[in-house]
Design a protein around this ligand. Structure first.
Ligand code: ADP
Ligand code: MG
Length: 755
C-alpha cells in the first residue's frame, strides 16, 4: 500500500508554487523541460496541465507513437519531479531552521519570563517591606506626636500652676507688708501710750504730793485754830480778872473777835481751798482711774496686737516657708520645663529625620513603581512576542493535525497478540505506526503517535499549546475519533475519580483557569462560557438543561428547536441551548458531571458504556486587556465522537441500526468537509450534518484542528483500526487555510452566547 501520509509533504511545494512572487501566472516552465531542473520553477497550472494531459495520438493503435508520447511525457515529468524533490529538501532545511530559531526564541522567552517573574517577585517583596516600614514609622510618628501633645499639656498646666503660685505669692507679700505696717503703727501707738502713761503717773504723783502738802497745811491750820481756842479760853478766864480791864479787854476782845472773824474767814477760805483741792484730787483720781482703764485697755489691745502680731509673724513665717517651698517647686518645674523643651526639640529633630527618611522611602517607592511599570510593559511585549511565536510554531505544525493514540490491552480483550508496532527509524520515531493484517503490514505516519504506555499527562502536554491558542483568541477543535472501545472517552474525559487519569477536558480547563490567573497580572480579564450538547440521531440535545426543560423532555413535550445560526463574526448560536458562565475549574467539573449524567448511552455488543452520540463541549473565551485595550475571543471545542465502527461489526438492527447509520453519515460528512476544505473547493458541504454545521466556523480557514485517532490494539479490532488509520491519514494530508486570530481593539457585542 502507498501511504497517503506522504502526500502532505507536497503541500509546501504547492504553496510555494502558488505563492511564489517571482512567477508569472500561467507561465510555462522557464527552461527546457528535458534539461536538468537546477533553476527551473514550475507553476501550478503547468503541473496540473501536465498531470491532466491526454496523449494526442494520430494513430491510436500505434504502439510506437504511444511509446514516444509516453517517453516525451516522462521526459517532461522528470524535471518536475526532480524540482519537487529539491523543493522538498529546501523546505525541510528551512523547516529545521525555523524550528531552531523558534526553539531559541522559546528559550529566550522563557528566560525572559523567568527574569521578569523574579524581578517582579523581588519588587513585590521590596514594596511589601517598604509598606511595613512606612506603617511602623507612621505608628512611631503618631506615638511621638501623642507624647509631644501630652508634654505640651503638662507644660501648659505647670505654667498655669506657676502663674497661680506667683499670683498668690504676690497677694501674700502684700498682706505681709500690710501686717508689718499695722505692726509698726501698733508699736508706735504702744510707745505713745506708754509715754502718756508715764506722764499721767508723774501727774498723779505730783497731785498726791500736792494733796499731802494740803493735808499738812490743813492740820497746821487746825492746830492754829486749836491754839487760838485755848488762847480764847485763857482770855475768857482772864476776863473776870480783867473786867476791869474789861474795857480794855473788851476792846481787846473786839480785836480778838475781829481777829477770830478774820481767822474764821481765813479758815473758811482755807476750807474752800481744801475742798477745792479735794475735788481736784477726786477729779484727778477719776482721771487716773479712767487713764488706768484706758491704759489697761491699751495694754489689752497691745497684748492682742502682740498676739496678732505673733500670729501674723508665724503666718508670715509659714507663708515664707510656703513661698520657699513653692519657689523650690517652681524651680523644679522650671527644670522639668527645660528638660521637656529639650525633649520636645529632640523629638522634633527625630520627627524631621523620620520625615526626611519617609520622603526618601516615598521617592524610592515611586521609583520602584516606575521600574515595575517598565517591567510590566516589557512583560506585555514579551507576552505579545510569545503569542506570535507560539502561533507561528503551530502554523508550522499545520492547522489540522492528527495524533494517533493506541490504548493498552484490557482485561476483557481476548488475546494479547500484538498486531501493532512502532517503527524506530529516525524519520518515523514517535510518529510512525504499523498495523499487521492478514500478513500485510500497513504503515502510517502522523504528527504524533502515542503508544499505550503514554500517560494522560504526557498526552495533554502535546495539546496544551492548542489550549493556549484558544486563550490567545483562536478557534480550536479537538476531536476524538475511533471505534467504540478504542479510548475516545478515556482520552477526552479520563476515568472519573482518579486524578492521574483525568482526560483532556478537565486538564484543559485546569490549564485555562491557571493561565487566566497568570494573565490577570498582565491586565487580562477573561469571561468564560460553557455549553455541552450531544448530537444523537441528527438531533441536538442540551446536556445542561434547566429544570423546566428537562421536565419537558421527560414529558416528551420538548418544544426546543436548537436551531444553529452563525453570525458575521463567526460566532455560533444555538437557540434554546443552555450556556453557563463559569469562573473556576471546579464549576466546570460539576457541569461535566451533570452532562455525563444526562448523556444518552446505548448498548451495543461491543461496549455497554459506549456512547452512540457525538458529545460536544464548547468553551467560549472572551478576554479584555484593560491596559492595552486589546480584546480576544477564542472558542475551544472538545468533541468525543460516536463510535466509528461499520455496520457489520456492531451487529445492530432496528433502532441501533438507525443510530449507526446516523453516526456513519455524520462522520462521513465530517471527512467530506475536511477534504473539501483541503481541496479548497467552492462548496464545502457543512450542512450535510448537524455536527459539521455546528462546527462550521471552527473548521473553516481560521481555525486550528486536532484529531485524535484512537486505536484498540486487539486483533479482532484490526479491520476497524485499519479503517480509522486510513481515514486519519487522509485527514493528516489536508491543509486548511491559515488560522486567523480573532482580536479586536473594540468590540460592540462583548457577550458571547448561544441562542
Ligand atoms: P470509547 O469512548 O472509544 O468507546 P473508552 O474510552 O470508553 O472508549 O475506553 C474503553 C475502555 O478502555 C475503558 O474502560 C477505558 O478505561 C479503557 N482505556 C481506553 N484507553 C485507555 C488508556 N490509554 N489507558 C488505560 N485504559 C484505557
Ligand atoms: Mg466513549
Amino acid at each position: 500500500m502507498v501511504s497517503t501520509a506522504n502526500n502532505w509533504r507536497f503541500r509546501p511545494a504547492y504553496a510555494m508554487v502558488n505563492g511564489g512572487p517571482d512567477l508569472a501566472p500561467n507561465s510555462a516552465p522557464a527552461s527546457n523541460a528535458g534539461s536538468e531542473c537546477g533553476d527551473v520553477e514550475f507553476t501550478r497550472e503547468y503541473v496540473e496541465a501536465l498531470l491532466n494531459e491526454r496523449p494526442k495520438r494520430k494513430d491510436r493503435f500505434s504502439l510506437k507513437e504511444k511509446c514516444d508520447c509516453l517517453t516525451d511525457y516522462i521526459r517532461r515529468l522528470k524535471p518536475v519531479i526532480r524540482w519537487f524533490q529539491e523543493l522538498e529538501v529546501n523546505y525541510l532545511l528551512e523547516h529545521e531552521k525555523l524550528q531552531n530559531s523558534l526553539e531559541v526564541s522559546e528559550l529566550k522567552r522563557s528566560e525572559m519570563d523567568l527574569l521578569l517573574r523574579n524581578k517582579e517577585e523581588e519588587l513585590n517583596s521590596i514594596i511589601a517591606e517598604l509598606r511595613k516600614n512606612y506603617a511602623a514609622l507612621q505608628e512611631k510618628f503618631t506615638k511621638e506626636e501623642l507624647d509631644k501633645m501630652a508634654a505640651m499639656d503638662s507644660l501648659t498646666r505647670e505654667r498655669d500652676a506657676r502663674l497661680e503660685i506667683e499670683r498668690s505669692k504676690y497677694s501674700l507679700s502684700d498682706e505681709l507688708e500690710r501686717v508689718q505696717r499695722d505692726l509698726t503703727s501698733a508699736k508706735q501707738q504702744n510707745a505713745s501710750l506708754s509715754d502718756m502713761y508715764k506722764r499721767q503717773q508723774e501727774y498723779i504723783a505730783n497731785l498726791q504730793h500736792y494733796n499731802s502738802k494740803l493735808q499738812t497745811d490743813l492740820s497746821a491750820v487746825e492746830e492754829d485754830r486749836k491754839r487760838v481756842e485755848t488762847e480764847k479760853a485763857s482770855m475768857v478766864e482772864n476776863l473776870g480778872m480783867y473786867r476791869g480791864q474789861l474795857q480794855v479787854s473788851r476792846q481787846c476782845q473786839d480785836d480778838a473777835i475781829k481777829q477770830r472773824d478774820a481767822l474764821a474767814d481765813e479758815v473758811a477760805s482755807l476750807k474752800l481751798e481744801l475742798k477745792q483741792a479735794r475735788d481736784d484730787c477726786d477729779r484727778h483720781q477719776l482721771q487716773v482711774q479712767s487713764l488706768s482703764a484706758e491704759f489697761a485697755e491699751y495694754k489689752e489691745s497691745t497684748e492682742k496686737t502682740c498676739y496678732e502680731w505673733g500670729n501674723l509673724k508665724s503666718k508670715n513665717a509659714e507663708l515664707e516657708a510656703r513661698c520657699l517651698s513653692q519657689s523650690d517647686n517652681i524651680k523644679e518645674l522650671q527644670d522639668q520645663l527645660v528638660s521637656a523643651e529639650k525633649k520636645l526639640q529632640l523629638s522634633d529633630l527625630s520627627t524631621m529625620e523620620r520625615k526626611t527618611e519617609y520622603e526618601g522611602q516615598k521617592n524610592l517607592i515611586s521609583e520602584l513603581r516606575t521600574r515595575l511599570a517598565d517591567a510590566e510593559f516589557k512583560l506585555i511585549e514579551g507576552e505579545m512576542l510569545r503569542k506570535k511565536l507560539h502561533n507561528e510554531n503551530l502554523e508550522l505544525k499545520g492547522n489540522i493535525r492528527v495524533f494517533c493514540r493506541v490504548r493498552p490491552f484490557l482485561a476483557e480483550d481476548d488475546t494479547e497478540v500484538k498486531i501493532i508496532s512502532y517503527p524506530t527509524s529516525m524519520d518515523a520515531l514517535g510518529r510512525g505506526i504499523e498495523l499487521a493484517q492478514n500478513g500485510q503490514k500497513h504503515s502510517f505516519k502522523f504528527d504524533r503517535v502515542f503508544i499505550p504506555d503514554v500517560s494522560q499527562e504526557d498526552v495533554f502536554e502535546d495539546i496544551s499549546q492548542l489550549v493556549q491558542s484558544a486563550l490567545d483568541g483562536y478557534k480550536v477543535c479537538i476531536f476524538a475519533y475511533g471505534q467504540t472501545g478504542s479510548g475516545k472517552t478515556y482520552t477526552m474525559m479520563g476515568k472519573p475519580g482518579d486524578p492521574e487519569q483525568k482526560g483532556l477536558i478537565p486538564r484543559t480547563l485546569e490549564q485555562i483557569f491557571k493561565t487566566r490567573q497568570f494573565a490577570q497580572q498582565q491586565g487580562w480579564k477573561y469571561e468564560m462560557q460553557v455549553s455541552m450538547l450531544e448530537i444523537y440521531n441528527e438531533t441536538i440535545r442540551d446536556l445542561l438543561p434547566s429544570n423546566r426543560s428537562s421536565l419537558e423532555r421527560e414529558n416528551g413535550s420538548a418544544g426546543k428547536q436548537y436551531t444553529i445560526k452563525h453570525d458575521a463574526n463567526g460566532n455560533t448560536h444555538v437557540s434554546d441551548l443552555t450556556v453557563v458562565d463559569v469562573r473556576s475549574a471546579k464549576e466546570v467539573s460539576f457541569l461535566l458531571e451533570r452532562a455525563a449524567h444526562s448523556r444518552s448511552v446505548g448498548k451495543t455488543q461491543m461496549n455497554e458504556q459506549s456512547s452512540r452520540s457525538h458529545f460536544v463541549f464548547t468553551l467560549r473565551i472572551y478576554g479584555v486587556n484593560e491596559s492595552t485595550e486589546q480584546q480576544v475571543q477564542g472558542v475551544l471545542n472538545l468533541i468525543d465522537l460516536a463510535g466509528s465502527e461499520r455496520l457489520s461489526k456492531s451487529g445492530s438492527t432496528g433502532d441501533r441500526l438507525k443510530e449507526t447509520q446516523a453516526i456513519n453519515k455524520s462522520l462521513s460528512s465530517l471527512s467530506d468537509v475536511i477534504f473539501a476544505l483541503a481541496r479548497k473547493e467552492d462548496h464545502v458541504p457543512f450542512r450535510n450534518s448537524k455536527l459539521t454545521y455546528l462546527l462550521q466556523p471552527c473548521l473553516g480557514g481560521d481555525s486550528k484542528t486536532l484529531m485524535f485517532v484512537n486505536i484498540a490494539p486487539d486483533p479482532s479490532s484490526a479491520g476497524e483500526s485499519l479503517c480509522s488509520l486510513r481515514f486519519a491519514a487522509r485527514v493528516n494530508a489536508c491543509e486548511i487555510g491559515v488560522p486567523r486570530r480573532q482580536t479586536y481593539t473594540k468590540l460592540s457585542d462583548s457577550r458571547l452566547s448561544y441562542g
